[in-house]
Write a protein that binds this ligand. Structure first.
Ligand code: NAD
Length: 276
């Protein structure tokens, strides 16, 4: 594969770049995932709440790739938190994906007001022990939530998937993850493609390397060590977004992008987000 792996804290290898399918309807997800697999992606990021686990699973099956060559992530939705309900939700996700195991299962949001993430994670530990998830982790956990989880359970999460892009660089979280052996996975790595890809500093770096702004932003993540899961339904962009392993940003480029941090979220605050 053209994408190098990151070795997670339990030895499982995860491609450093994968394909995200948030906000892609089920039938369109099937087409987009098929295009991504043809373009060389070997990691797909879905979630129960995205409503496209079935389309994702159909595309994986139709690709003809050996199961062990594709890394599939899905996520537990907030309303399903709790020990028994997590096990039931996992069964439903697996059935929709048409798989016998997932590579990575994540708690989608901590919902600290509900106080159920530790029970949910104990169910994750059972799924891991039973070989139905090759790795388990979390998403949108603040360091305080990770600290509680690590204190109260046995398996350190393999991954924390958080909002991360040049306008929200998450330095404290990345440092905390590194200390704990947790891989940092960036969601909305392109800042949802909004203003970020028109920022003059990024456009200038793209011109200097003969690349696109999206490729420059993804390359910045890769050089920082982040796992990334850019989303697109446009075949040319799907292909463009994986072509980031044949050039490098220099120190000056990296410094210019680091200077763009504004600690500005596009998504909700994990401390208070509790949609069920
Ligand atoms: P993203 O940062 O990947 O941006 C995607 C958008 O950027 C596209 O819709 C398109 O408008 C634009 N784009 C993509 N490639 C481009 C290119 N080459 N040139 C120009 N524009 C381009 O945003 P995202 O979809 O929010 O995040 C990626 C993935 O992260 C999601 O699909 C999902 O899998 C995951 N995610 C997870 C959570 C979570 O709570 N865990 C939340 C949001 C997203």
């Amino acid at each position: 594969s053209k994408v190098p792996p990151i070795t997670l804290n339990n030895g499982v290898e995860m491609p450093q770049l994968g394909f995200g399918v948030w906000q892609v309807p089920d039938d369109e997800a099937e087409r987009a995932v098929a295009t991504a697999l043809q373009a060389g992606y070997r990691s797909i990021d879905t979630a129960a709440i995205y409503g496209n686990e079935e389309g994702t699973g159909r595309a994986v099956a139709a690709s003809g790739l050996p199961r062990e060559d594709v890394f599939v992530t899905t996520k537990l939705w907030n309303g399903d938190q709790g020990y028994d309900s997590t096990l039931r939700a996992f069964d439903a996700s697996l059935a929709k994906l048409g798989l016998e195991y997932v590579d990575l299962y994540l708690i989608h949001w901590p919902v600290p007001s509900r106080g159920a993430f530790t029970d949910s994670y104990r169910a994750f530990e059972k799924l891991l022990a039973d070989g139905r998830a090759r790795a388990i982790g979390v998403s949108n956990f603040l360091p305080e939530h990770l600290g509680r989880l690590i204190e109260e359970t046995s398996v350190v999460p393999a991954v924390n998937q958080i909002e991360l892009h040049p306008h929200l660089q998450q330095r404290a979280a990345r440092e905390f993850h590194a200390e704990q052996g947790i891989a940092t996975e960036a969601w909305s790595p392109l800042g949802q493609g909004k203003g970020l890809l028109e920022v003059p500093a990024i456009v200038a770096i793209a011109q200097k390397h003969g690349r696109t702004p999206a490729q420059v932003v993804l390359r910045w993540h890769i050089q920082l060590g982040n796992i990334v899961i850019p989303k697109s339904v446009t075949p040319s962009r799907i292909k463009e977004n994986i072509e980031v392993f044949d050039f490098s940003l220099d120190d000056e480029d990296l410094a210019a992008i680091s200077a763009l941090n504004e600690d500005r979220r596009l998504g909700p605050d994990p401390a208070t987000f509790e949609v069920a």
